[in-house]
Design a protein around this ligand. Structure first.
Ligand code: PNS
Length: 167
């Protein structure tokens, strides 16, 4: 069985991530999409919410499993018996960050965890979860960036945040 992990924050999942998920799911028997439970960042969606969003967004891809992890990716990958991580590369600006993570993981795992990169489709090259949140926080249209049900969930979050702020 050829297995791979696609780790990330997915806060929230965008069409760019979904494009990578679909393409990677065609290359492996099992693709585990795993949300990092990072206590340092303050995310818009909880880990549970992000896992549920990913499950809904990938429900038509039977070999995609959605999970979450804490701590080092290399330990999580070893527990799952997986030795390939998948990441998307949008532009040269991603490269330095991604190269560092990939090389660190390879070194830390004594060569057991390697990373493959899929170049993001050009139509999604500009997309990021951060820009989706920024656009939504100012009431902008994010329907080109995330699935419709995610548009609603993001809008709901910002409605609550704005209401909370004005109380
Ligand atoms: O979507 P993101 O936030 O760019 O994903 C980053 C991620 C989750 C791939 C990376 O931060 C990660 O794997 N973190 C887990 C901790 C770890 O293993 N760090 C060592 C590599 S620097």
């Amino acid at each position: 069985m050829k297995k791979a992990i696609y780790p990330g924050s997915f806060d929230p999942v965008t069409f760019g991530h979904l494009d990578v998920i679909k393409r990677a799911s065609e290359m492996f028997d099992v693709l585990v999409v795993s949300v990092l439970n990072n206590k340092v960042k303050s995310p818009l969606f909880s880990v549970e919410e992000r896992v549920n969003i990913l499950k809904e967004a990938t429900k038509d891809l039977p070999n995609v499993q959605v999970d979450s992890f804490s701590g080092l990716l290399i330990n999580y990958a070893a527990e799952k018996n997986i030795n390939i991580a998948v990441r998307g590369l949008r532009a040269i600006t991603d490269f330095e960050y991604e190269l560092q993570i990939a090389q660190t993981n390879r070194k830390l795992s004594d060569g057991k965890l390697d990373t493959i990169f899929l170049t993001t489709s050009l139509e999604y090259a500009y997309l990021s979860s951060s820009s989706v949140k920024e656009i939504a926080s100012f009431g902008g249209d994010i329907s080109q960036c995330v699935p419709d049900f995610v548009v609603d969930l993001v809008r709901e979050k910002y409605k609550n945040i704005i209401q909370g702020e004005t109380l």
